[in-house]
Design a protein around this ligand. Sequence first.
Ligand SMILES: Cc1ncc(COP(=O)(O)O)c(C=O)c1O
Length: 411
Amino acid sequence: MKKMFIPFSVPYIDKEEIDSVVDTLKSGWLTTGPKTRQFEADFASYIGCRHAVAVSSCTAALHLAMDAIGAGRGDIILTTPMTFAATAEVIEYMGARPVFVDIDPGTLNMSPERLEDTLKKMTPEELERVKAVIPVHMAGQPCDMDAITGIAEKYGLKVVEDAAHTMPARYKGRMIGSISPITCFSFYPTKCITSAEGGMLTTDDDKYAERMRIMSLHGISKGAWNRYSKEGSWYYEVLQPGFKYNLPDVLSAIGISQLRRSESLLDMRMRHAEVYSHAFRDMPGIELPEVSSDVEHSWHLYIIKLNLEMLSIDRGRFIEELRSRGVFASVHFIPLHLHPYYREKYGYGPSDFPMAESQYRRMLSLPFYPKMTDEELDYVIETVREVLERNYVKQAAAADGSRSTGGRVAA
Ligand SMILES: Cc1ncc(COP(=O)(O)O)c(C=O)c1O
């Protein structure tokens, strides 16, 4: 096999995005203005929600969501350890405390059973302070939103969805972004759609929308477009000490084009997922991504799990062996409670979230992006096969193909 270099992710940028950025640059209006307003309107109509507020990142969106629900000092916000730093750091920004809830080992999403257990174990004083739950749709697969919403209602909690990995995704036919009081999206370059950097908040709640919009731009009553455009006026008022989280028009121009092709990008990723899953089905040593039957997955990431008991190497070494052959894999995520900040501040230890930890040790995300060619997919598949075959410990165990998909549908 001739050596190839397969990066982990490549954004899909076409003539349409390039032309639209050039038009915006020539228009004389670079920062937040008509293109961002159009991106918001297009996004809201695509999701089927009343409001979409464009911001500079999903981290900004999560922070504004925490502010909008009134999270404050001493509050508790529940989330998953299987996520990126951003989900929990915004809780810290508010002076609140993130409390982690272990995951379902199959889907890697927050386990509703563990959520209820965590709440049941809290003292009445702690329960008083629990304000919200932030489920994360890992890899693009929606969480069990009926169960999570039911528990949130029972305990009087707000739900803020971290939908950084979805676009588009559906839960029981409902668009992610239209279910909870607030949902946060990411347009970072590796995500399902990109605006280079960017994020979006969706909500049906007029008050949340107004607060998030104002706080996204210094807490002032009007954006620059309202002040400097022909229709605008110079006068504005500072209503709150807000943030500088607006999304510029140059980036919204990319986002508008990407949103238009979000379904065709999804089709490409779905096809790649099928190619991978078909090939890996016959490779003992690998567990395929598990997909619940009531969701439409965004396929942001393609995560395989190694059956480590069949291999003579660990996951880290497996990634190194892929890399030495030109295949760049990654890991999503190192569970947050294992990081020094959370370990030292809250005293979390290695066995606190056994499911997150056991899955973390075996997970890796393969190169996965819409423009992957058949040749590139084949190269990744054959490289994975080669690394597996060189490192099986038990050929007998390998031969019986003891893969588990937890009884649910694999892609
Ligand atoms: C689950 C999750 N939440 C939030 C974020 C933050 O997104 P952004 O880079 O747009 O701030 C990421 C980014 O990787 C993520 O994976």
